[in-house]
Design a protein around this ligand. Structure first.
Ligand code: URA
Length: 483
C-alpha cells in the first residue's frame, strides 16, 4: 500500500516533519509514500488512509540540527521529489549522523543543490520585488502591492524579511501560487489569490531613474549582469526596459568618457572644484530661489554631491515666516528631487496635521542638499553628514535665509541645529529652547522624524511622536514670541 501524505501550502515544512517522523518511526520505506501539496492530484495507485500510529511525545527519530535546517530550505523547492528525497535522508541519517557531509551521496548532493536553488531564489526575490503604491494611506499606513514570480515555494519563508524591512507600511505580495499580506503588523496568506494585481505605477519612473544613474558603462559585464539579474525577472522590473539601450550605448559612452579624459577621484575632485568654484559660488545667483535651485545643479562644492542623484532644493512660499530645516534628503527625496517626501516626510506631514500646522505655509529645506549614503547590495543606507559637508552646504542655507528672511527657524534634528547654531551638542537637551542662529535668526528645535522611525515600535515610538507633535504645536506661539 502507498501512503498518501497531503501537506498544507502554509506550514509545509512543519507538516512534512511531523508526518516524516511518524512514518520513519514505523520504518515505512520511502517507496511506499506519496507526498503532495493540497490541491495537487494524487498518483494512480496512492491510497488514502491513516498514517501509522506514532508516539509524538517519545520519538526515537533523531537528527542533527543542520539536517533540519537543510530540510526546511529544501522543502521550499518546487521539485516534486523534494519531500521524498528529504525523507530518504531522514531515514538514513539515523545510522549515519554525518551523512550530510558526504557530497558523493546522490541524495545528499541533490538536497544541497536544491537548497542552493532555493536560497538563490530568495536572494532574487529580496532584490527584485518592486512595491508600487496603491491608493491613499489607511490609518496613517501607506499601502503597497507587488507582483513577483518566484521559481520555488519561498513566499512563506521569506515573509519575515519583508515584514522586518517594510514594517512601517502595509503591503501585499502577490505571486502565481499565493498572496501574502502585511496589514498593521499582521501577516496573512491567501492561497486562492494568484493573479497579478492591476496597477498603474508612478514609482516605476523612480526605479528607472535610479537604475539609469547607477549604471556605469565602463564597468559593464554583460555576463555577470545577466547572472545577477536573470532575464526571467525582467518582465516585472520597470528598470529592465532600459537595459538593452544602456548596453547598446555603453561602448559609445565609454569612448565619450575616454575622450573627456580621466576623472579625478571624488575626494580630490571635491577639493579641487572647491578651489575653482569658491569665488563664483559666493555670489548670489540671479533669479531668486529658482536661480538658487538651478545653481545647485552645477554645484560641486559639497563632497557628497558626486554620489547623489541630484541636489534637492528647498520649497515653500518665499514670504514664509517660518523656515523648517531638516538634515539632508533621504533615498526617496534624492530620486524625486523634493524635500521631505519619503517616510520621514510622511511622518512630518502627519505631525503637522495633528499639530494644526499647514505644510504649504512654511518653507522647508535641508542643512545639506545631497543624499549621503553607503551602498549595501541594492540598498542605499543613509549616512549622517560630516562636519565638512555641513560646512560646505552652509552657504546655500545662508542664501535661502537671505531670500526668505524668516522670523523663526525650526531645526529638525541635530544636524540642522548644528548647521544653524554652529554648536555640535545634539538636540536632546536643547529641544524646545530658542537659540541664536545663522544671521541672528532665532532657532527653535525639535527631534527628527527619522529618529522617531528608528525607535522601537509601540510605546517608545508613540511617546516620541507625541513629543514631536507637541513641539510643533508650539511653533505659532514661539513665532509670536520672537516676531
Ligand atoms: N530627512 C530630511 O532631513 N530631509 C528630507 O528632505 C528627508 C528626510
Amino acid at each position: 500500500m502507498t501512503h498518501l501524505v497531503t501537506l498544507p501550502w502554509i506550514g509545509t515544512f512543519e507538516a512534512w516533519r511531523s508526518a516524516a517522523r511518524v512514518l520513519a518511526q514505523s520504518a515505512v520505506p520511502g517507496a511506499q509514500i506519496e507526498w503532495r501539496l493540497e490541491g495537487e492530484s494524487a498518483g494512480l495507485f496512492a491510497q488514502t488512509g491513516p498514517l501509522p500510529e506514532g508516539n509524538a511525545g517519545d520519538l526515537p527519530v533523531k537528527v542533527p540540527k543542520d539536517f533540519l535546517t537543510l530540510c526546511r530550505t529544501v522543502i521550499s523547492h518546487s521539485h516534486q521529489e523534494r519531500f521524498a528525497l528529504a525523507y530518504d535522508a531522514l531515514c538514513r541519517v539515523q545510522d549515519r549522523p554525518r551523512l550530510l557531509a558526504d557530497r558523493t551521496d546522490v541524495t545528499v548532493g541533490r538536497l544541497h543543490e536544491m537548497a542552493k536553488n532555493v536560497r538563490r531564489d530568495m536572494h532574487k526575490m529580496k532584490a527584485f520585488v518592486r512595491f508600487q503604491e496603491v491608493g491613499a494611506p489607511v490609518a496613517g499606513r501607506r499601502q503597497f502591492a507587488a507582483w513577483f514570480e518566484p521559481t520555488h515555494h519561498i513566499v512563506e519563508p521569506i515573509t519575515g524579511f519583508f515584514a522586518r524591512r517594510f514594517a512601517d507600511m502595509d503591503w501585499v505580495i502577490a505571486t502565481p501560487r499565493m498572496t501574502v499580506a502585511f496589514r498593521d503588523g499582521v501577516v496573512s496568506y491567501d492561497t486562492s489569490l494568484r493573479t497579478k494585481p492591476d496597477f498603474e505605477d508612478p514609482t516605476e519612473e523612480l526605479w528607472r531613474t535610479y537604475f539609469a544613474n547607477i549604471f556605469n558603462p565602463a564597468r559593464l559585464k554583460v555576463k555577470a549582469m545577466s547572472s545577477e539579474m536573470p532575464k526571467k525577472y525582467w518582465k516585472n522590473l520597470p528598470e529592465a526596459a532600459l537595459i538593452p539601450d544602456l548596453i547598446a550605448g555603453a561602448e559609445a559612452r565609454v569612448r565619450e568618457m575616454a575622450v573627456k579624459g580621466p576623472s579625478i577621484p571624488p575626494s580630490r575632485a571635491a577639493a579641487i572644484t572647491k578651489r575653482l568654484q569658491v569665488a563664483k559660488a559666493r555670489e548670489m545667483p540671479e533669479g531668486g530661489l529658482d536661480g538658487l535651485a538651478a545653481s545647485l545643479e552645477r554645484w560641486a562644492l559639497c563632497p557628497i554631491g558626486t554620489c547623489a542623484t541630484q541636489a534637492v532644493p528647498g520649497e515653500g512660499p518665499t514670504d514664509a515666516d517660518v523656515m523648517f530645516v531638516g538634515e539632508q534628503p533621504g533615498d526617496v527625496e534624492d530620486l524625486k528631487g523634493r524635500v521631505f517626501c519619503g517616510p520621514a516626510g510622511q511622518m512630518l506631514d502627519r505631525a503637522f496635521g495633528e499639530a494644526g500646522l499647514a505644510r504649504e505655509a512654511y518653507y522647508l529645506t535641508n542643512a545639506v542638499k545631497h543624499f549621503k549614503f553607503q551602498p549595501r547590495g541594492r540598498r542605499r543606507i543613509h549616512q549622517s553628514p560630516a562636519r565638512a559637508e555641513i560646512e560646505a552646504c552652509k552657504w546655500w542655507l545662508e542664501q535661502e535665509l537671505a531670500l526668505i528672511r524668516p522670523k523663526l527657524i525650526v531645526a529638525i534634528g541635530a544636524t540642522a541645529l548644528e548647521a544653524l547654531t554652529g554648536i555640535r551638542a545634539g538636540v536632546r537637551n536643547r529641544r524646545g529652547q530658542i537659540e541664536a542662529g545663522l544671521g541672528g535668526v532665532p532657532v527653535y528645535s525639535t527631534v527628527h522624524p527619522s529618529y522617531l522611525l528608528r525607535l522601537p515600535e509601540g510605546r517608545d515610538q508613540e511617546a516620541g511622536y507625541a513629543g514631536f507633535v507637541a513641539d510643533l504645536r508650539r511653533v505659532p506661539e514661539v513665532l509670536a514670541s520672537v516676531a
